[in-house]
Ligand binder design. Structure first.
Ligand SMILES: C[C@@]1(C(=O)O)OC[C@H]2O[C@@H](O)[C@H](O)[C@@H](O)[C@H]2O1
Length: 468
């Protein structure tokens, strides 16, 4: 079976991780421009000052995407490139850059799929409290509307936020992302709520203004499975799915928060300070969401936590390797002998991906789904002059097969975006953790080189995965 005609084969990137030009053409300073320069915060003190220079090489990069036959390119807009101070004056050069990227995509019949927020917050807003501050919510809605206005005549697919759980948990629980706060669970839940309100208000604006196309949000999808059928561990699985998935998906798709989590937070004094208006906007706009984007890399294997250890902070403990207890100490993630893992300890589990998609359909019904990220972070083998990233081919092949089975079962998956189209800066892993179909040679002026997986994905797209 070929993937349906409307199904988009894509690949993704994010502004801070590819663009560079961190202080060019009027761009304002982002929180990551500042945070990445604090010694010890990133792997080998890498930062996005230059990244892979996509700002100057986007034509070459999109040309390579076209050569691959890529149907859609998911990229993000750097907020401080549009609003150097977060709000106020618009930077025309910033609009010009993204107009050029969009036009280059369309020239090659590549659908531009735009993420508004992929973690690079204007530093001015971060200094005013970031996502803890209502002013940031208001500024985001203005930023979103400015982008709808500037690009909405050619961009028909919009994602408001990428992975709220990551920038809020690493920002306020582990401290591994800006603003680098550790252990503030109240701020963690408050900021997730503020982001959901910013999303809902932006969706309402998009629909009220009558812009063409579709809008949604991208969440991590990290389904929890108990290590066995022990009652305590099955409880851990339920608890983990409530906090890691339902707390994020319910307010978007149902317009209400999961009862179980609300009760827990009430008991612990961690419930966000929300208003009825905010709860109303979530409820009112839930049906307006056109899709949910999922970033799936791996499941989490959980059991009842039996260590007193509270969640360890810092970069090393935030790169997703199992073994950390949950923030509330109820459960912990574990490595299991019968599973296969990446070099960063992420389980390779396409079967769990399919089981997870079934779980989502059972809870949220026939919602349109895009797999907005999936890929293998690896140190790619180089054989002679060739980058022989066979492990990435095997990873993507097995996960695309799971997507195909889901579609055959009637689960409404409408696209697959590999992370990442090109090797780029990983927030906490520098340039060591490669994800791309295209290699970037940091020893040779950032020269681009097609990997083995580039040719493989080109064939998959051309045959619409018929032989998978
Ligand atoms: C933590 C990490 C990684 O570096 O492996 O997970 C996978 C992928 O998720 C994306 O949303 C991030 O923008 C991208 O940088 C990657 O980040």
């Amino acid at each position: 079976m070929k993937m349906p005609k409307h199904f988009l084969f894509g690949a993704a990137s994010a502004s801070y991780q590819v663009e560079g030009a961190w202080n060019e053409d009027g761009k304002g300073v982002s929180n990551w421009d500042v945070f990445s320069k604090i010694p010890g915060k990133t792997f080998e003190n890498t930062n996005g000052d230059v990244a892979i220079d996509h700002y100057h090489r986007y034509k070459e990069d999109i040309g390579l995407m076209a050569e691959m036959g890529l149907e859609s390119y998911r990229f993000s807009i750097s907020w401080p490139r549009i609003f150097p101070n977060g709000t106020g004056e618009v930077n025309e050069k910033g609009l010009e850059f993204y107009n050029n990227v969009i036009d280059e995509c369309l020239k090659h019949n590549i659908v531009p799929f735009v993420t508004l927020y992929h973690w690079d917050l204007p530093q001015v807003l971060e200094e005013q409290g970031g996502w803890r501050n209502q002013a940031t919510v208001d500024a985001f809605v203005r930023f979103a509307d400015t982008c709808f206005e500037a690009f909405g005549d050619r961009v028909r697919n919009w994602i408001t936020f990428n992975e709220t759980v990551i920038f809020c948990s690493l920002g306020y629980l582990s401290g591994a992302h800006p603003p680098g706060i550790e252990g503030d669970a109240k701020a963690y839940f408050q900021t997730t709520h503020n982001v959901f309100v910013a999303h809902a208000r932006s969706v309402e604006r998009f629909k009220q203004a009558g812009y063409e196309g579709e809008i949604g949000i991208t969440h991590v999808f990290n389904p929890a499975f108990s290590i066995d059928n022990e009652a305590d561990n099955k409880f851990a699985e339920m608890h983990a799915n409530e906090f890691a998935t339902h707390w994020f998906y319910d307010p978007i798709l149902k317009g209400t928060y999961p009862e179980y989590v609300v009760k827990q937070l009430e008991q612990q004094g961690l419930l966000p300070d929300w208003t009825q208006d905010e709860l109303d906007v979530l409820k009112r706009t839930a049906p307006m969401n056109d899709f949910i984007g999922l970033n799936y890399y791996c499941p989490q294997r959980v059991m009842k936590n039996d260590t007193a250890l509270v969640m360890a902070g810092g970069r090393e403990n935030s790169t997703g390797r199992p073994g950390n207890p949950s923030f509330d100490g109820v459960y912990k993630t574990v490595l299991m002998d019968d599973k296969v893992y990446t070099k960063w300890g992420w389980e390779i589990a396409p079967d769990a991906f399919l089981d997870g998609l079934r779980m989502l359909q059972a809870r949220y019904g026939d919602v349109k789904i895009y797999i907005t990220e999936n890929g293998l972070g690896d140190v790619d083998p180089i054989v002679g002059e060739e980058i022989m990233d066979t492990p990435r081919i095997e990873y993507i092949e097995s996960h695309l097969r799971a997507v195909k089975h889901a579609v055959q079962e009637g689960i409404n998956v409408s696209g697959y975006y590999a992370w990442s189209v090109i090797d780029l800066l990983s927030w906490l892993n520098g340039y060591k953790k490669q994800y791309g179909f295209i290699y970037v040679d940091h020893e040779n002026g950032l020269a681009r080189k097609k990997k083995q997986s580039f040719h493989w994905y080109k064939e998959i797209i051309a045959t619409r995965a018929e032989d998978l």
